[in-house]
Design a protein around this ligand. Structure first.
Ligand code: F0G
Length: 475
């Protein structure tokens, strides 16, 4: 078996050598998903753990090394994933990894959103600031580097748009060919255009994401194609590194809560793995409560939590947050374990709540795509239910860039997004917020007097409504 890592089935616990994994990344005995484990992981083996721990730099040493790499000129050090390579030794030659300098994303203070949600201190880890505009890049650099090392020529994924954009870019960098399966008509333009731009063979299927993944899972067993969906456990190794970045950016303090959108549920699983491994290694003393937020129309995990029989029942997914329009999430077991192990919760939010939260994040000068905005909408509910208290520190994971789905934003501001029934479900306060946030463009004659009159009216109206809160002004 490989000295650096093994794969362990998260359902039955069976361990295999990394090279022995099936092309669909499923356990042949129980169909479970694998996770990557290392000699220092919990449950590797007592005698190996003892010797490996000696080889592993001590927590203080690692922190120093990771910080030092930020000033290096080497591509592998400039990557916010491979900077933490001691915690993901999955490739033999780290200098040959495929990197677009992913990671190293900002952690923004969100004072206005904090006030709206009812907490004193709110941060947003903006994974939309990655090279292709979503968190997928952190996982793609990891799994695609493994594909290259294993000698694959073709890679493929099923996607709601961001995985395909990311995979196409990394495949192009590596000189590999890529195939993407996407649900026809249900992905945002920004994402569709990316996979074409990066030269992927783009296949639009007349089905949803779940149908795309099912079909691709069968195809990869017939062709030498490397599957790059998040069932591939190496994706999650890259996607766990924002956990390290967050605590590093908070001077090694751990937030009380982390709020993550839930679709196929790979990302929440990965972040949980990152935090739990750091605790195991003594890099942090505790972990945040990890909360997963789903759209109401694509809420199988939320339903599972409320089901006394704890049965996973796939749903027919429907939401305008197309990134998380997933009814049969592959990694639900991993994610539910992370929620339970960290003491988190699973919430659902309506289309109206998502639209409002997205506009609020936009009005803060940060912006994100609709699927990311479920985090702020969900936080409001967590606070209302007493699961998050005012003085606790919360980090929202914003997963995608606002430019991924400009049509959603334009429709919202023109008042063409939400249906009357959806708006009817809003509270008075929410309706007032929508009205204040909506900024449809003015169409005017290019005449000085006309423009002046319109501006005067608008400026007076804005002044009468009061100035927008500025950081610190509310306290
Ligand atoms: N946010 C965004 C912007 C996404 O693109 C996704 C997933 C998620 C959240 C949910 O993450 O699936 O790990 O729970 N997008 C996948 C894709 C499914 O194909 O791009 P998850």
């Amino acid at each position: 078996m490989s000295a650096s890592h093994q794969l362990r089935c998260t359902s039955c616990g069976a361990r295999i050598a990394s090279e022995a994994v099936r092309s669909d990344f499923r356990c042949p005995d129980c169909n479970g998903l694998y996770e990557v484990i290392y000699p220092w992981s919990q449950g590797w083996s007592a005698e190996k753990t003892a010797s490996a721990e000696v080889r592993l730099p001590n927590p203080g040493g690692m922190r120093h090394l990771w910080q030092e790499r930020r000033t290096s000129t080497m591509p592998v050090d400039q990557s916010g994933v491979w900077r933490f390579r001691e915690l993901l030794p999955i490739v033999r030659d780290v200098e040959r990894v495929v990197t677009l300098r992913e990671g190293n994303t900002p952690l923004f203070e969100m004072p206005r959103s904090a006030e709206l949600a009812g907490v004193d201190w709110l941060l947003a880890k903006h994974q939309g600031m990655n090279p292709t505009g979503s968190f997928k890049d952190t996982g793609m650099t990891a799994a695609l580097s493994v594909a290259v090392e294993r000698g694959f020529q073709w890679v493929a994924c099923a996607s709601t748009g961001n995985t395909s954009a990311s995979m196409s870019a990394y495949a192009a960098r590596a000189g590999l060919r890529s195939i993407v399966f996407i649900p026809e008509g249900k992905i945002a333009w920004g994402k569709l255009s990316q996979s074409m731009d990066y030269g992927a063979l783009t296949v639009q299927l007349k089905t949803d994401f779940d149908g795309c993944l099912k079909l691709l899972t069968k195809l990869v067993q017939q062709f030498p194609i490397y599957l790059l969906n998040s069932v591939n456990p190496y994706r999650l190794e890259g996607q766990k590194t924002p956990a390290m970045e967050i605590v590093e950016q908070m001077e090694w303090q751990v937030p009380e809560h982390l709020v993550v959108p839930g679709g196929n549920l790979g990302n929440s699983s990965a972040l949980g793995k990152g935090f739990l491994e750091m605790k195991h290694l003594g890099l942090v003393q505790r972990v945040p409560k990890i909360h997963v937020i789903q759209a109401q129309g694509a809420n199988p995990l939320y339903r599972w939590f409320g089901d006394e029989n704890r049965e996973m029942k796939p749903v027919k997914a429907e939401t305008r947050a197309t990134a998380i329009r997933i009814g049969n999430p592959a990694s639900w077991r991993k994610a539910s374990r992370v929620i339970e192990e960290t003491g988190g919760w699973c919430e659902q939010v309506s289309e109206q709540e998502i639209a409002l939260a997205k506009a609020e994040i936009g009005a803060e000068g940060v912006g994100c795509e609709p699927a990311s905005a479920v985090t702020l909408a969900g936080l409001k509910k967590l606070v209302a239910a007493g699961r998050v208290t005012r003085e606790e520190r919360v980090v929202l994971v914003l997963t995608g860039h606002t430019l991924k789905d400009p049509q959603y934003t334009i429709d919202y501001h023109r008042g063409e997004l939400l249906t009357a029934a959806e708006t009817a479900g809003a509270t008075e306060a929410e309706r007032a917020r929508h009205a204040a946030l909506r900024k449809p463009p003015l169409v005017l004659e290019a005449d000085e007097a006309v423009v002046l009159k319109a501006l005067k009216e608008r400026m007076a109206k804005a002044d009468a409504a009061g100035t927008q809160a500025v950081p610190g002004s509310s306290k």
